[in-house]
Design a protein around this ligand. Structure first.
Ligand SMILES: [Fe+2]
Length: 176
């Protein structure tokens, strides 16, 4: 006899406010809700130091659960724009858009992407605040999102003054 659908399908039901509260208490940055081929979802706390632009091979949907996000992004012409996402609002960001979600550590957002396909690479780019040139790029093959690739990229970047020094104008991006 075939098992009833409900027992074979994994259909996580998540209370976002509760998840955001637990995440804040845990001190962690992200809480992964599920990771499937076509859907990867996590709740993230803000990072007060966030300065890089993430280039994701997957589309992203960002829903602001708590607090306000200022989403910096680069236009195809390379201009930096800012979209303000109030609490309770959602924004769609197409794959390949360099974007930098800036919100405080006591705010939280739901992010929905998809698992990376073989050969796909996530890129994190920092730009010089002096001459606006590319300062450094970190690349990541994102396997398991619980490894928190954004924190790993920041650790590598902040731990190296050389990586934070502009090759063009010599300006050093300070640690936060
Ligand atoms: Fe520079």
């Amino acid at each position: 006899m075939t098992a009833p659908l409900k027992s074979v399908l994994r259909m996580p039901l998540v209370n976002l406010a509760e998840t955001a509260r637990q995440l804040a208490e845990s001190g962690k940055q992200v809480s992964v809700l599920w990771q499937e081929e076509e859907s990867l979802a996590f709740v993230a706390r803000g990072r007060d130091y966030r300065s890089e632009f993430h280039i994701n091979p997957s589309d992203e949907v960002m829903y602001q659960v708590k607090g306000e996000m200022r989403l910096h992004y680069l236009t195809p012409e390379g201009n930096e724009e800012v979209e303000v996402i109030p609490e309770g609002s959602v924004i769609y960001t197409p794959a390949g858009t360099p974007h930098s979600p800036r919100f405080p550590s006591d705010a939280a957002a739901l992010i929905i992407e998809r698992k990376r396909r073989p050969g796909e690479i996530d890129r994190f780019q920092w730009f010089c605040s002096g001459c606006r040139g590319l300062l450094h790029e970190e690349q990541f093959v994102v396997g398991d999102y619980r490894d928190d690739p954004v924190s790993q990229a920041y650790r590598r970047f902040f731990d190296s003054e050389e990586l934070r020094t502009c090759k063009q104008c010599g300006q050093v991006m300070p640690r936060p």
